[in-house]
Design a protein around this ligand. Sequence first.
Ligand code: ATP
Ligand code: MG
Length: 607
Amino acid sequence: MNYSHAFIPTLREVPADAVIVSHRLMFRAGLIRKLANGLFAYLPLGLRSFRKVEKIVREEMDAVGALEMKPTVIVPGELWKESGRWDLFGESLLRLKNRLENDFVVSPTAEEAFTAIVRDELSSYRQLPLTLYQINTKFRDEIRPRYGVMRSREFVMKDAYSYHTDEASLDETYQAIGHAYRRIFKRCGLTVIPVKADSGAMGGSGSEEFMVESEIGDNTLILCRSCDYAANAEKASCAADYALSESMEAAADTPPYEKIDTPDLRTIDELCASFKIQPNKFMKTLIYRAVNIELDLSSAPGCAALKRSKPSKDAPLVYPEAFFAAVIRGDLDVNEVKLAAVLKASEAVLACDADVVRLTNAPVGFAGPIGLTDLPVIIDKSVSAMNDAITGALEKDTHFNHVAYGRDFTSWMIEDIRTVKSGDRCPLCGGELYTKTGNELGHIFKLGGKYTSSMNVTYLDENGKNQKPIMGCYGIGIDRALASVIEEHHDDAGIIWPASVAPFHIIIIPIKYSGEVKRRADQLANELTKAGFDVLLDDRDERPGVKFNDADLTGIPWRVIIGEKGIANKKAEIKHRREKENRMIDLNKAVVEIVQNIHDELNQLKK
Ligand code: ATP
Ligand code: MG
């Protein structure tokens, strides 16, 4: 392809909202343009790399037996009402009506569409397992689209859905796709950290996220210095930093709990300063409001009168709202995502002051577990070992001293709801945990019967009995993967594409595109194209400096410079984008050398 016809509008300047490298470089190198906030167009050069990422994803998905198909992007709202997500998905779901006033959604993900199709075709166990996928447009009305195509509103996802008769079959596909993902990211030149998205402490895993390290990452990863434990902070657990049994025995020696005056001391910091003790002597009690709770609360304190309802016709029964007390050691923090997971709630957030006052009969700052009989009390595991603590006393300006869990109060649930921090101990090996921030590129997930139940999918088993299949789902963001390649492979001058996803493998730069130089440049371009490579020939009437800068910015891996002087000696200059200096080689050896190098790199990425 000749540069003059390639529509590569490179730029020196970038818009102020482009704060990360990939966003800046995708603009400057003429890969993308913005149509509106969160909506990006790929220009021809960008689309070339985009298609190469798609191709790698497609090859590896096909290699594990997944079958590509193409449902629609616009899906009947009816299906989303069946699954319950019409109401539960929230504001990021774009809902629309057609001229007949029928409801539709613009797919943000496609469990419903795939499951509806499978439901109509599935009759016998002989059709399972079945893994289907698409590489298709998604729309999510993200609150804050940012970082270019990293978090946009319209993007392309490879999403796969698998259907099985049993756990073992689901696990086999889940593992195979997990391996395919590792190969996909490797081939794109991406260094990913696979992270257990459940706690991982129990060994089994029903969910794994593939993260790339990134300063602007939305996820905090918890990693172990001594073993390969890696978990999302939303789910991470840590080893207990107390000896449970010893301290429970010691409770016998604790004096009975007593009231102490704590005028105007509401926060742990104020109490610590006043009593000259450490925060870990306190039990902190926080009141949470949770919504859409699937957990059965019929026996939970104060919840008997709560009614369950269905957000939509076939959705599971949920409690629309309920309040809970969470008690945790004073030096630790409650992790709201873990708390919501324990409650099977869509969200758990701190209750407002008015609700705290109403539910605890005390001003804010004096909540405590003793006497809190009308609220389900969830204690963090850290509290179960505390035998001589200070807690709020449900009364203005008052706390209790010498409080022991088990002796002075019990709980409705003991769970791990703490936020794991750097310095905590690994749940697997006891090593030191540290944190990194990361971006999620892909996610694999065992869904079980969630959608096949709500959408009523059945098949007949060997004995002619009706059964529900179980499901897995598997996503990769193509745009985000592409942007992440640039984040990992660039320098001050521009992108440095891995050969596997480079828009062109080779750029040929004739110093002046005429006469013998033109003839030799055309010839080289033809030979390299015949060898199966993508070649860009910079035929523009520009100064060499401009051409070199554009070649650096667009990141094309191999550059061949052909000038009059070199040709006289049958030489050309070649350089890989990573190298600083040009090398002189025989013009007639250029093809062999470049072809060999690119093959080597592609093979290396496949290993
Ligand atoms: P995030 O937490 O980053 O919003 P998610 O958990 O919503 O991601 P999934 O629903 O698992 O993501 O979607 C699968 C993949 O789709 C993600 O791993 C990511 O690569 C991609 N993706 C999700 N949202 C966006 C977006 N707004 N822009 C670009 N890619 C996205
Ligand atoms: Mg999201």
